[in-house]
Design a protein around this ligand. Sequence first.
Ligand code: IDP
Ligand code: MG
Length: 136
Amino acid sequence: MAIESTFVMVKPDGVQRGLVGEIISRFESKGLTLDRMRMLTIDDDLAFRHYAEHVDKPFFGELVAFITSGPVVAMEWSGESAVGVARTLMGTTNPAEAPPGTIRGDFGSIITQNIVHGSDSPTSAERELGLYFQDR
Ligand code: IDP
Ligand code: MG
């Protein structure tokens, strides 16, 4: 058990559907602390760097097109086991399989547009936070 920081992002569908407040509220209610937040529109260069691990996947083009399609809200959250806690609050990658009570389970429908991103390890959290918050 350890205090961690993680990177969470409301994706373009979540912003467009007015879910920013709902998502922030769930993280706050769980006891995590919001340390940094900014709204931006991701360009191709940042999208490629963010999703570098997926460059060879068949869905990569669709993923980049979607994540650059409108504004996102990028956040740094911290707290006990924050990386795993954030993933639990989000639910599984495919919203069709995400349980009710999770963000993706309650609001998502298709895998390409699954509302929220969260780092999958403390190492990737540090890498992703560095991409979005140059003041760290
Ligand atoms: P994660 O967001 O739950 O960590 P990853 O496997 O890292 O899931 O995939 C990154 C993103 O790529 C997902 O959130 C989703 O938007 C998209 N994605 C993942 N798998 C597929 C797929 O099979 N088809 C289309 N999009 C996908
Ligand atoms: Mg991932």
